[in-house]
Design a protein around this ligand. Structure first.
Ligand code: A2P
Length: 279
């Protein structure tokens, strides 16, 4: 950033499709709480909302979007489907139901929520998603919670995976997973980017730059994600937190500050193991 070039707040997902680097996570908000959180976030400047069939809040998210008055084309809307739909026709049905619940007629991003390798049909699901993109009802597809072994099977079937949404925070850095994404040009979206009760928000590696730069610890951690080229989808229904989480552009961490946050990595696996956990 040199003051003359405006910093980008989006990343290229596929040719011609850009995804805002900060999105609003919506789990576990439901009902009126979810609708209010979404409309408030959009009013505060959010242009990327993330939901899922399994959050049971797509209708409420749709209500929040309508209430905000935003034009659909100004918003990047992402949702995910459960493993019961892992077939080409199943994905089509999942898509029809998701857009109906959300009250829209297209999606910006549709994700396989969990691979469920024991069921063994996630490659079929990815083929189904690619067909929806080719037909124009879906702008881009991706996966979530896929380990490198799962991604490899999809790639071996001749498909390019644009994005994988995984749990990344400073203590769950998943270096092997991220290296695989880098090597294969897969964009990383971090869920739980601020962790769940992570003590790292109070660590000197976070507090130090927060004090120096006049930012909150959450802003430092989200800035760390963004400078590593990741999308991050922090969830909060609180207006002030939503605003601060979006306001992570226009300042930069030094390489040494990034390295110090990288060093908080514990080697812990993500909270849920996608070889066995699914819905
Ligand atoms: P809250 O929802 O009370 O604002 P997730 O893993 O779903 O992204 O969870 C995000 C967690 O981080 C929630 O516990 C949320 O709390 C908390 N959080 C979100 N934004 C901030 C913030 N700016 N500062 C501190 N905690 C935050």
């Amino acid at each position: 950033m040199n003051g003359t070039t405006e910093e980008t707040t989006t990343a290229e997902l596929t040719p011609g499709v850009r995804i805002p680097l900060i999105g609003l996570g919506t789990w576990p908000l439901t009902g009126e709480q979810a609708a209010a959180a979404v409309s408030q976030a959009i009013a505060s400047g959010y242009r990327h909302i993330d939901t899922a069939e399994n959050y049971a809040n797509e209708a409420a998210v749709g209500e929040g979007i309508r209430r905000s008055g935003i034009e659909r084309g100004q918003l990047f809307l992402a949702t995910k489907f459960n493993t019961g739909w892992h077939s080409r026709t199943g994905v089509r049905h999942a898509f029809d139901e998701a857009v109906r619940r959300l009250g829209t007629d297209y999606l910006d991003l549709f994700l396989v929520h969990w691979p469920n390798p024991a069921q063994g049909r996630f490659v079929e699901a990815c083929h189904g998603l690619q067909e929806l993109v080719d037909e124009g009802s879906l702008r881009a597809w991706g996966v979530s919670n896929f380990k490198p072994a799962h991604l490899r099977l999809v790639q071996d079937a001749g498909l390019d995976v644009p994005l994988n949404q995984v749990h990344i925070d400073p203590e769950h850095g998943q270096p092997g997973q991220l290296a695989y994404h880098r090597e294969h040009g897969i964009l990383t979206a971090a869920y739980s980017p601020l962790g769940r009760n992570g003590s790292f928000l109070g660590h000197p590696a976070v507090i130090g730059p927060a004090t120096d730069l006049g930012k909150t610890p959450a802003q430092i951690v989200l800035r760390w994600h963004v400078q590593h080229g990741r999308v991050a989808i922090p969830k909060s229904a609180n207006r002030q937190r939503q605003c601060e989480n979006l306001d992570v552009f226009g300042f930069a961490l030094t390489q040494a500050q990034l390295d110090a946050i990288d060093a908080l990595e514990t080697g812990a696996p993500p909270r849920l193991d996608s070889d066995t956990y699914f819905h």
